[in-house]
Design a binder for this molecule. Structure first.
Ligand code: SAM
Ligand code: DTB
Ligand code: SF4
Length: 326
């Protein structure tokens, strides 16, 4: 399959607005070629450092700019606590373990040494390890790569024109520069966006143009629906229409055929059927476990039901096999 890196906003808009049945047909045709067994990756999330972040992201419960959104004091988990959660995630069937720090950028010293040890510990369990912790230096990226880090998550969130409506403490360019550092260190990229931030369809198209313009494409593309958190500037946003999410997933699948498209935050507001449509549209990963970072996620038994109802397989830890229903 020939991959393209030169999609235009007009082409992407055309896909986002195509009749849903046509869009789904096209996305499925692409997805079947690259993932014939329909294997889904289960990724579990853990917030290692929660709250007190100096950035002002309007959607985020962890920003110190709107402290009423997260009334508990900032806290950091120890290496032992993190590895205990990772062990439980693996036992529940997670293939990737993603750890989050509410930081503008990674700090050196003991917190960074702990991060490196957490990555090593998760890798030693046979799971993929992902970190999301804000900006980083080349040296930090190289140390994380040496520790075995599989992926670094750093979302672009929305299109470049809408970005400063959502975050003012950093620029889109800062985000892109961090992604380049991650790439240079040989760590795979996990970068995607959020629907429901007040963006236009054009903004969504432009986000996808930026993502699909990366060569290679990001290995992992999370598509989040805003989880409106009371006390944040976006806490009163209207819910995202589930079919908009389906369209975004399908378009991402068509543009970046080989990337993992992860149906991410916002699933507790989706019906089982809407989630099935997202899987049919080409999502091949979900966040798995009853919490995201600070907000709830569907519980494990509901997700196992969902995957069984869909008849898809999911990847086991170790990458040494697959499970399916039964
Ligand atoms: N501080 C680091 C950063 O911003 O890159 C890592 C942690 S941050 C919480 C990770 C990502 O979670 C954000 O980039 C954003 O895309 C997503 N996120 C945060 N709050 C969200 C919400 N309420 N709804 C949906 N996605 C959210
Ligand atoms: C991503 O794209 N979504 C995840 C993960 N990558 C880090 C985070 C979702 C956070 C949802 C809000 C919360 O739980 O605080
Ligand atoms: Fe901080 Fe990340 Fe939340 Fe922004 S999204 S406030 S950078 S934790």
């Amino acid at each position: 399959m020939k991959l393209r890196y030169d999609w235009t906003a007009q082409e992407v808009l055309h896909l986002l607005q195509a009749p849903l049945v046509d869009l789904l047909w096209q996305a499925q045709a692409v997805h079947r070629q690259v993932n014939p067994g329909y294997t889904v990756q289960l990724a579990s999330l853990l917030s290692v450092k929660t709250g007190g972040c100096s950035e002002d992201c309007a959607y985020c419960s962890q920003s110190a700019h709107h402290p009423q959104a997260l009334p508990t004091p900032a806290q950091t988990l120890s290496l032992e606590q993190v590895l205990e959660k990772a062990t439980a995630a693996k036992a529940a069937g997670a293939h990737r373990f993603c750890m989050g720090w509410a930081w503008r950028e990674i700090r050196n010293g003991p917190p960074f040494e702990a991060m490196v040890a957490m990555v090593q510990g998760v890798r030693a369990m046979g799971m993929e390890a992902c970190v999301t912790a804000g900006m980083l230096t080349d040296e930090q990226a190289q140390k994380l790569a040496a520790a075995g880090l599989t992926a670094y998550n750093h979302n672009l969130d929305t299109g470049p024109a809408h970005y400063n409506q959502v975050v003012t403490t950093r620029t889109y360019g800062d985000r892109l520069a961090t992604l380049q550092r991650v790439r240079r260190a040989g760590i795979t990229l996990c970068t995607g966006g959020i629907l429901g931030l007040g963006e236009t369809l054009q903004d969504r198209a432009e986000l996808l143009v930026v993502l699909a313009g990366m060569n290679p494409h990001p290995e992992s593309v999370p598509i989040n629906a805003l989880v409106p958190v009371e006390g944040t500037p976006l806490g009163e946003q209207p819910p995202v229409d589930p079919l908009e999410l389906v369209r975004m997933v399908a378009t991402a699948r068509i543009l970046m055929p080989r990337s993992r498209v992860r149906l991410s935050a916002g699933r507790t507001s989706l019906s089982r059927e809407a989630q099935l449509l997202c899987l049919l549209a080409g999502a091949d990963s979900i966040f798995y476990g009853d919490r995201l970072l600070t907000t709830p996620n569907p519980d494990v038994s509901r997700d196992q039901d969902l995957l069984q109802a869909a008849g898809v397989r999911w990847r086991q830890p170790h990458g040494d096999g697959e499970a399916s229903q039964g």
